[in-house]
Design a protein around this ligand. Structure first.
Ligand SMILES: Cc1cc2nc3c(=O)[nH]c(=O)nc-3n(C[C@H](O)[C@H](O)[C@H](O)COP(=O)(O)O)c2cc1C
Length: 208
């Protein structure tokens, strides 16, 4: 029995395209994997700790081989607790809207909180980084409403899937499938692209 964790970075509720596609994925996943546990983590629910000066000092202390103390130790405990919630899953489904060519800041906050030495990655001065979250799979739903491949530079650039796919690979989660829905709201009828994205989500969920 596995655990699939759906991590949502869209705050738009019923208006969200990525959440609607995720719902389609999850319905099929539950049907195809009846003994698995499915959990959802809405990153906007206030559960993420901040990662500011104290936590950054704790991180650098750990990197230098020291034990954080006082407020830094508390910030480190918060980061570890958040990491453990994330790492407990075997499978991930991410809903990731494009915001200003990148990802919503709440997803970057999750990444900054959990990307810690001895948790998400190992480091060797000669060999460099090693991702520690191996043996896991991710499906990612990417949405945008102006940017789309082939539309030209005046429609923006993709630092969303490039950044997030890179983070997953860096963390050791190298089995990644993405579903992309990128209607050009200025001109197009989005219905056919939306239909295709939901259909692809169903197909991916069946064998995920
Ligand atoms: C704050 C914000 C920034 C956005 N920036 C971009 C952008 O840079 N490029 C783009 O194509 N769409 C952009 N959009 C449009 C969203 O990517 C689009 O509405 C997408 O469907 C959002 O995903 P969701 O429906 O799951 O929330 C932006 C939307 C918001 C709310």
């Amino acid at each position: 029995m596995r655990t699939l964790l759906h991590i949502s970075a869209s705050p738009r509720g019923v208006a969200s395209e990525s959440l609607a596609i995720a719902d389609t994925f999850l319905q099929t996943y539950r049907d195809s994997h009846p003994t698995d546990t499915v959990q959802t983590w809405d990153l906007w629910d206030g559960s993420l700790p901040e990662f500011g000066p104290t936590a950054a000092a704790a991180k650098m202390a750990v990197f230098a081989g020291a034990d954080p103390a006082g407020d830094e130790a508390r910030a480190w405990t918060d980061a570890r607790r958040t990491f453990e919630r994330f790492a407990a899953a075997d499978r991930y489904l991410f809903s990731v809207p494009m915001w200003n060519a990148g990802v919503p800041y709440i997803l970057k906050q999750l990444i900054d909180v959990i990307s810690q030495p001895g948790m998400v990655f190992g480091f060797d001065p000669v060999a460099g980084y090693t991702g520690l979250l191996t043996g896991k799979k991710a499906a990612v739903i990417y949405t945008s409403a102006v940017y789309g491949p082939g539309r030209g530079p005046s429609f923006g650039a993709d630092f969303q899937s490039t950044f997030f796919d890179d983070w997953l690979n860096w963390a050791g989660i190298c089995d990644i499938t993405s579903v992309q829905f990128r209607p050009n709201l200025a001109t197009a009828d989005a219905a056919s692209g939306r239909h295709a994205a939901h259909s692809q989500a169903r197909d991916v969920a069946k064998t995920f």
